[in-house]
Design a protein around this ligand. Structure first.
Ligand code: ATP
Length: 206
């Protein structure tokens, strides 16, 4: 798995204010890039941009050295983006939510895989409960089950530790480290202090 996400001279303006300007960054295989900054500094906006979700920005984005516009399909096929909110359907069960995500990604997957992914995030016994009845941390865990289920090289994760208990935080940190060690890449925002690791680099906004 060899990959490279690069931003050159990235700038984004909101409501007449530059959130960031002249931002250069590179994320390669085996790296975890942590985006830090106070509330409102532009972390979510930057992650959306790096995930190809926004078009109103200045600068250029490259995937494996090729401008985004020319490799959009390949880029999306390598990307797993988990946004700021868990983004799950309240009326669907965790199992149904995962099946829905898989359908969106054009993946078939099996019920056995989905059950295993839910078990790995500690949701055994909650597979068929409407997601709207789950706690905030459990809802976040449904979203995090996608990290196991959907095999993608580049993870872009916006505050994935939100509402997660101490044990879950440790497990997720280990999962991020294992993904990087296996040659994947992670871009993550978190107000949580990540354990020191040579794979983790930080950029500061604001
Ligand atoms: N679509 C938009 N239209 C107008 N303003 C926006 C839009 N998106 C974001 N902003 C503004 O840009 C600023 C940065 O927002 P963003 O969500 O990126 O910050 P953040 O660093 O992720 O904050 P937090 O730590 O609170 O999650 C905020 O002031 C926000 O109001």
């Amino acid at each position: 798995m060899s990959l490279c996400l690069e931003a050159r001279q990235l700038a984004c303006e909101r409501e007449g204010r530059w959130l960031f300007e002249g931002l250069d960054l590179v994320v390669r295989s085996g790296e975890i890039l942590r985006v830090e900054g106070p509330n409102g500094s532009g972390k979510t906006t930057l992650l959306k941009l790096l995930a190809g979700q926004l078009s109103d920005y200045h600068g250029e984005l490259f995937w494996k050295g090729v401008p985004f516009g020319k490799v959009r399909e390949q880029f999306v096929a390598n990307l797993l983006y988990l946004g700021h909110s868990p983004g799950i359907k309240a009326g669907l069960s965790p199992l149904e939510n995962l099946a829905w995500y898989q359908a969106l990604c054009g993946e078939r997957g099996s019920e056995a895989q989905r059950l295993s992914a839910l078990e790995q995030v500690g949701l055994e016994g909650f597979e068929d409960v409407p997601a709207g009845q789950l706690s905030a941390g459990q809802q976040r865990r449904v979203a995090l089950a996608r990290l196991t289920l959907t095999r993608r090289a580049l993870w872009v994760l916006d505050e994935p530790f939100t509402a997660i208990d101490r044990q879950g935080v440790a497990a997720l940190e280990a999962q991020l480290a294992a993904h990087a060690a296996a040659g994947g890449s992670v871009v993550v925002t978190t107000h949580h202090a990540l354990s020191a690791s040579s794979a983790v680099r930080c950029i500061q906004l604001g």
